[in-house]
Design a protein around this ligand. Structure first.
Ligand SMILES: [Zn+2]
Ligand SMILES: [Zn+2]
Length: 336
């Protein structure tokens, strides 16, 4: 019998372990699967003193020795999922499985050769973000490094890698937009999808334009949703909040949410041409902490560039040459 803190789905051979992370999300779901092949941990969470203690409590409560862990699987490179993988690997010597693209993104963000601290403020400046925000970015970004240190030694998986976890076979399903190279895991027998942040209940996963990463993240996200929607899913196990049984309905409402947001931004541009930051302020407001502002700005740019990709808007240089504005293309009727 396990405590109420951990929820078990015996049907899928899984235990959901809530791991603490920073607000506003506060919790990430790790999943632990036990089978003849050993113990698998999916998305161990960010590395902090609190989460290391939480895992010690897990070993104790579930009667697991770190040496029993035979694999660690990471759905995507974000610190709240990937962060502890390296530390957990040093304790368990287990392989850490993730996609090549996801690992490349981790390196782009926090690897020793990362240039994101210069590239992200440059991108945001070009799109009109004022210095008071830009100046906070490097410190904010550096704050994640301890959460993802040390990096694990990674074993690359692709969609062709059949994973065995909890005594069952799982097929990796790749998607992008929220995080390039994101892997969901599908069990065909039980029609169960472990979906990381590709599909979340209640929350709309953040879509980010990031320098050097995906050129059209929103298009990539929507294609990923359409692809995930082709799987028959009776229960979905997300990276945040509770498992849910309305996978297809959720996919439809996420697609609709983004269509509506594209229309809203197109309408704003109909009144006058605007910088990315002006659109961001109109849609998300400015009473945000730096973390949320960074997400809001990246998401706004992802939407604006999607309008451009669809031929509904165009980018133009500011007349004083200080950056870029977006203007609507009058021929557009706002139909997707
Ligand atoms: Zn994520
Ligand atoms: Zn997450």
């Amino acid at each position: 019998m396990i405590s109420g803190r951990y929820q078990e789905w015996a049907e899928a051979g899984m235990i959901k372990i809530p791991i603490t992370m920073a607000p506003p999300l506060r919790q990430v779901n790790s999943y632990l699967l036990r089978g003849p092949e050993g113990v698998t941990i999916i998305d161990p969470g960010p590395r902090t003193e609190v989460t290391e203690k939480e895992w010690e409590a897990v070993w104790k409560e579930l009667g697991i020795h770190p040496g029993d862990i035979t694999s660690i699987v990471v759905t995507h490179h974000h610190p709240d999922h990937f962060g502890l993988a390296g530390q957990l690997q040093s304790l368990t010597l287990a392989p850490v499985y993730m996609s090549a693209r996801a690992y490349k993104e981790a390196e782009r963000m926090w690897g020793t050769a990362s240039t994101v601290n210069e590239a992200l403020p440059t991108l945001f400046r070009q799109h009109g973000m004022p210095d008071e925000w830009l100046n906070q970015l490097p410190r904010h970004l550096n704050g994640f490094i301890p959460q993802v240190s040390p990096f694990p030694k990674v074993t690359i998986i692709t969609e062709d890698t059949l994973m065995t976890m909890g005594g069952r076979h799982w097929e990796p399903v790749m998607s992008g937009g929220h995080a390039p190279g994101h892997i969901s895991l599908y069990n065909r027998d039980k029609k169960v999808m472990i979906c990381g942040d590709a599909v979340l209940p209640q929350i709309s996963p953040n879509i980010s334009l990031l320098p050097g990463s995906e050129t059209h993240p929103l298009n990539s996200f929507v294609s990923g949703l359409e692809r995930l929607g082709t799987y028959e899913v009776s229960m979905a196990f997300p990276g945040h909040r509770s498992p849910f049984d309305y996978f297809h309905e959720r996919i439809r409402s996420l697609i609709q949410h983004h269509e509506q947001r594209l229309l809203r931004m197109e309408q704003l541009l109909r009144e006058e041409s605007l910088t990315g930051f002006q659109v961001c302020s109109a849609v998300f407001g400015t009473k945000l902490g730096i973390h949320q502002m960074r997400f809001a700005m990246s998401e706004t740019l992802a939407h604006l560039l999607e309008l451009v990709r669809q031929g509904r808007a165009a980018e133009e240089e500011n007349t004083d040459g200080t950056g870029i504005r977006f203007r609507v293309l009058q021929q557009s009727y706002g139909v997707l």
